[in-house]
Design a protein. Structure first.
Lengths: 511, 100, 498
């Protein structure tokens, strides 16, 4: 592990946003925002430089303060981490630019909402830290940093529905973290190490490991709002200010998924069972159908978007059963795994861009209308064509129509479903697509319908609309570098050579 | 039964009590206390494992982890209490009304 | 496949870029918008002519872009694709002119023309797709780009029609998606024309490939409006006339029909499809749709509705031709792809002209219209004769080949279907022709006679005359080299040589 090239970027990626966040606390009003936006731009720039560095040098590490593990902390930036960091940077910078204009424009109606910038930068530091973590405990700490700053962001408005949703969110987050940490304690108790790489070698199948995996998975599912722990997400995401909703839906929930992906694919290979995979897949499948249906039944735009997140996260859970073949079914090569994790990555990317764009558009509409009841969206196309286009494009990506990133994800997911022989998931994917087409086109239908009032939409800053549109376009553009992206990820241990060991280790479901 | 096993069992019991409390109770403060109990269980389990291999000295890593964990847990609990207090001030509600 | 050419991509871009630019313009910049539109349309026709000439010289044009793993975006030029692309681009040029005239002074023209351009981009993309994936991408893109056109009027009725349209097409697209992914898993990335892949796998994966064939066929049948999946087509008639013309003659319905042609001829191969009895199922549905569409058309008084049901019926000639194996029926099917397009677009232009000039939407209002709009109705009469199958108009050629082929294949029932359908065609088109030319106009409407030299605006008149003459020419000059028939014949002969 320590023979990998050492780079300062992993430390900077965590340190810089923390520094800027702390700095911004010393300023008031506009100063806070200026420091905040500078911090965002710097962090994003740094993330992109680090991303390029990893594409050139491969995985890089940083040992904080020269203290070697286990007492010290080692940060590892491999291709998977750099893709998530890159995604956070790109989506984050657009949300920051949006927030820079959104909050001043909101002041007239809602008053000033302080502390967005420091909290967002702390959140960003937490996310980067999570993606870079190399041990189970560090993952816990970053999860907590993310959880607390995310809840604080969610209650920014200080109104009672937001506070109530925020408390629910916080309690869910703490419960999830504690369950996760309990699993970590068990793992440490049986192996004496927390290092992910080391664990993948020393972990032995057994009751303790299985139980640890169970509580860790449950804890993380609470955090990523996997069914049946999705209850906290719609109120929390829909009652936050628009840029915050975008951050929570696009980025924060992905953190827990990232850990789950790493642990299942990299660490727990030996103790995964077919039944466990099917169970988590079932939770995902129910989330897809239930979330989409709930979204279809809502009458407020932000609630539609929030319920749609539950469904979209369900697709992420559906990749887990596919990495474990049924007992008796053996694969002589890892060919079937490639589409599965590509589906996961593309679902994460496409959802991040599309959902961020969607929430930003919802914010614009609330600004223009004063509320987000969808019957008032009539003739949106005539009055706010950029926002209408952004919603349309983001919606197309969420449904998974070509040539969007969502399409890439669904294609790969279906392919993985067929290749792994678990065809029973296919109807779920298609039903989910149709249901999401239902709620997206319900919005578009209203957007094209004739208006009953005269000029119902108040003017909003054009730049806000442009940022939302650019993010929506992003959910399409991510398809273009797909080939190089997949190759880049394959160069990492988790998806490349590591898969061979998973195969040997009995991921074929020897249960 | 060795000492560390007693601690381990206690920690598991505490964890289960905590998680039950979080899901069953509706009152804000009860829920928050339940998370604290969960945390107590988890930290106890860490500490109990420090003594696991009957080493000559206790494993220092779990202690380092637990200290960090406690700090985090205290911060979360404080934040949750602040939120609960604010909700009470605004609406006089003490528990989740439409709990699932 | 070694040489990459950007020409096919350029053909797509020639309408995509104008579309994007138009979206960025302001509503008032009508002159620039018109220029972009016409420039794009002319450039597209020119590029396709250029590629066609090159193709005939034996050059290959392939554009390949690898998306991920084995997902490859491929544009490739072949004869069938070129035929469809030529049809789309020429009719797009004509329809663009028509639409400029038709929508003059209307609202939201920027949006209309932008999506109009996207729509033709999708339809040429379908024509030039080199593999199943690329075809699917453009197939779905077509759905999305036509939706804003269907709901263009923005009335509650239009929005409702748009909803029906979307449910049908998205549903069909989803089924097609399942089939396409399944095909990928079973057979890998299939390029059009590589029929040997399926031929090699059919004995091993009989069940899977059969299921996949019917999944894909169902998905395509939605756009090809084969009974019972035709419901969206008559409803979408609320759209403006140029949209109906494009939707029903070229883009959407033809995408479905063209897809069926590709699926049978270039993916599964005619041999396998016949051997597995896939075709008899298709034949039964197609034959039923032909009769059903005609019977429904008979009872419509709304001019456009009658045309829509006629489209449902006429489209299935293509499917029927595909379903009866043989060089002659294949020729008939492929040539009808073109002929039906030209004739039906003429009819929709006519309906649009009458509605725009006199505000008539019902057939019962058309008494004596021929005297007031002789050129328009003349073109309509030619097209109607063609649809019925009277020589020497284009439609006669299609039916002749289909009939001959059916006799050759021993499927006499098909001849019967063709005869019944022709009789029904006559029964619902001839009354219109009769009313237009031989009935006295009712007294009150004479005052509405349009003053001026032309019977309607020049931009509305020229397209209908052009397409009317084209449908005559396609029939009269069918025997000359370069006519749709001769190209279709070549394609069909190649199919059966292999």
């Amino acid at each position: 592990m320590t023979d990998l090239p050492i780079s300062p970027y992993p430390a900077l990626l965590v340190g810089l946003p923390i520094l800027m966040a702390t700095l911004s606390l010393f300023f008031r009003t506009r100063g806070e925002a200026i420091v905040g936006i500078i911090g965002s731009l710097l962090t994003a720039g740094l993330a992109l430089i680090a991303f390029v560095e990893v594409t050139k040098m491969g995985t890089v590490i940083h040992i904080l303060g020269g203290w070697e593990p286990p007492l010290g902390i080692l940060l590892r930036m491999d291709p998977l981490a750099s893709v998530f960091i890159g995604m956070t940077a790109v989506v984050g910078v657009f949300i920051s630019l949006y927030a820079w204009r959104y909050f001043p424009a909101q002041e007239a109606t809602n008053g000033r909402l302080p502390l967005f910038w420091p909290l967002w930068l702390f959140l960003w530091a937490g996310l980067n830290g999570l993606f870079l973590s190399n041990d189970l405990f560090n993952l816990f700490v970053t999860l907590e940093v993310i959880g607390i700053s995310a809840v604080a962001l969610a209650v920014l408005s200080g109104k009672s529905p937001a506070l109530s949703a925020g408390l629910r969110y916080l309690l869910a987050a703490i419960t999830g973290s504690m369950a996760y940490l309990f699993g970590v304690a068990l793992i440490y108790g049986s192996t004496g190490t927390l290092d992910l790489k080391l664990l993948s070698q020393v972990l032995e199948p057994g009751t303790t490991t299985s139980f640890a995996l169970l509580v860790i998975t449950l804890g993380l599912m609470i955090k990523m709002a996997g069914f049946p722990f999705h209850f906290w997400l719609p109120p929390a995401h829909s009652s936050a200010p628009a840029p915050v909703s975008a951050l929570l839906s696009a980025l924060v929930v992905k953190g827990a998924f990232y850990i789950l992906l790493r642990l299942w694919m990299e660490v727990f290979g030996v103790s995964l069972t077919y039944a466990a995979g099917q169970l988590i897949g079932l939770a995902g499948a129910i989330a897809v159908i239930w979330g989409s249906w709930q979204a279809f039944m809502q009458t407020r735009l932000k609630l539609i978007v929030a319920h749609s997140s539950v469904a979209q996260l369900g697709y992420l859970l559906m990749i887990f059963p596919l990495i474990i073949l049924a007992p008796g079914v053996t694969a002589d090569s890892a060919d079937w795994l490639s589409p599965v994790w590509t589906a996961g990555i593309y679902q994460v990317l496409a959802h991040a861009f599309a959902k961020a764009s969607f929430f930003l558009s919802a914010g614009i509409i609330i600004m223009a209308l004063g509320h987000d009841r969808i019957e008032s969206l009539r003739d949106l196309v005539g009055h706010m064509r950029i926002t209408a286009l952004a919603i349309g494009l983001a919606g197309v990506s969420l449904i998974g129509l070509p040539p969007s990133g969502g399409f890439m994800a669904k294609w790969m997911l279906l392919k993985g479903i067929f290749l792994s022989g678990q065809w029973w998931w296919a109807p779920v994917v298609l039903t989910g697509s149709l249901l999401s087409a239902g709620y997206i086109f319900m919005l578009l239908r209203l957007a094209f319908a004739p208006s009953r009032e005269k000029a119902p939409f108040r003017p909003v800053p054009k730049k806000l609309e442009v940022y939302a549109l650019l993010l929506a376009l992003g959910s399409f553009l991510i398809v273009l570098p797909a080939d190089s992206l997949v190759q880049f990820l394959e160069s990492s241990e988790i998806f490349g050579s590591g898969i061979e060991t998973i195969l040997e280790g009995g991921i074929n479901g020897n249960d | 039964m060795e000492t560390y096993q007693i601690y381990s069992l206690t920690s598991a019991v505490l964890f289960v009590i905590g998680i039950g409390g979080v899901f069953i109770s509706r009152h804000f403060i009860k829920k928050i206390i339940a998370t604290i109990i969960m945390g107590g269980g988890v930290f106890l389990s860490f500490v109990s494992f420090a003594d696991r291999d009957a080493l000559a000295f206790a494993d220092p890593v779990p202690h380092a982890l637990v200290i960090t964990g406690i700090v985090v847990a205290v911060a979360s609990a404080a934040f949750a209490l602040a939120l609960a207090r604010r909700i009470y001030q605004l609406t006089e509600e003490e528990s989740f009304t439409n709990d699932k | 496949m070694e040489t990459t050419s950007f020409l096919p991509l350029l053909i797509l871009i020639s309408s995509l870029i104008p579309g994007i630019l138009i979206l960025l313009l302001r509503e008032e910049q009508a002159v620039l918008r018109t220029f972009l539109n016409i420039f794009g349309a002319v450039a597209k026709v020119g590029l396709i002519a250029w590629v066609f000439a090159g193709y005939l010289r034996g050059e290959e044009y392939t554009f390949v872009f690898n998306l991920a793993l084995d997902l490859t975006f491929t544009l490739r030029v072949d004869q069938l694709g070129l035929l469809f692309a030529s049809l789309s681009s020429v009719l797009w040029l004509v329809t663009t002119l028509y639409a400029i005239g038709y929508l003059e002074g209307g609202q939201h023209r920027r949006r209309f023309f932008a999506f109009f351009s996207f729509c033709v981009t999708a339809s040429t993309g379908i024509a030039l797709s080199g593999n199943v994936l690329t075809f699917f991408i453009f197939y779905e893109f077509l759905t999305l780009s036509t939706y804003p056109l269907v709901v263009h009027r923005g009335t509650d009725k239009a929005v409702e029609a748009g909803r029906t349209y979307l449910w049908y097409t998205i549903g069909g697209g989803t089924v097609l998606f399942l089939g396409v992914v399944g095909l990928f898993v079973v057979a890998g990335p299939i390029y059009f024309g590589q029929t040997e892949i399926i031929a090699g796998l059919i004995s091993e994966y009989t069940t899977q490939l059969t299921i996949l064939f019917f999944l894909m066929l169902t998905g395509l049948a939605v756009k090809a409006a084969i009974f019972p999946l035709h419901g969206w087509l008559p409803v979408s008639m609320v759209a403006p006339a140029p949209v109906s013309a494009l939707l029903h003659a070229v883009a959407v319905v033809k995408a479905g029909a063209f897809g069926i042609v590709r699926l049978v001829y270039d993916v599964y191969g005619i041999g396998i499809a016949e051997q597995m009895n896939f075709l008899s199922v298709l034949a039964v549905f197609a034959a039923f749709t032909i009769i059903y569409g005609s019977v429904r058309a008979l009872f419509q008084d709304d001019f456009k509705k009658r045309l829509a049901f006629s489209t449902v019926s006429q489209l299935s000639y293509i499917a029927l031709g595909v379903a009866i194996p043989g060089v002659l029926t294949s020729t008939g099917a492929i040539v009808h792809l073109v002929h039906q397009g030209i004739m039906k677009i003429t009819m929709f232009f006519t309906a649009g002209n009458i509605a725009e000039t006199y505000g008539y939407h019902k057939i019962s209002q058309l008494n004596g219209i021929g005297r007031r709009m002789p050129l328009t109705m003349g073109a309509f009469t030619i097209a109607a004769f063609g649809m019925i199958g009277l020589p020497p108009v284009a439609g006669f050629i299609s039916k002749w080949y289909l009939g001959l082929g059916a006799v050759e294949a021993g499927s006499y029932w098909v001849v019967f279907v063709l005869l019944v359908s022709s009789a029904l065609n006559a029964a619902y088109f001839l009354p219109i022709v009769y009313r237009a030319w031989f009935c006295e106009p009712e007294q009150e409407v004479v005052s509405q006679l349009r003053s001026g030299r032309l019977e309607t605006q020049a931009l509305l008149l020229i397209p209908v005359v052009v397409t009317g003459l084209l449908s005559l020419a396609a029939g009269v000059f069918a025997a000359t080299a370069g006519s749709p028939l001769s190209i279709a014949r070549e394609i069909a002969e190649k199919l059966y040589l292999l």
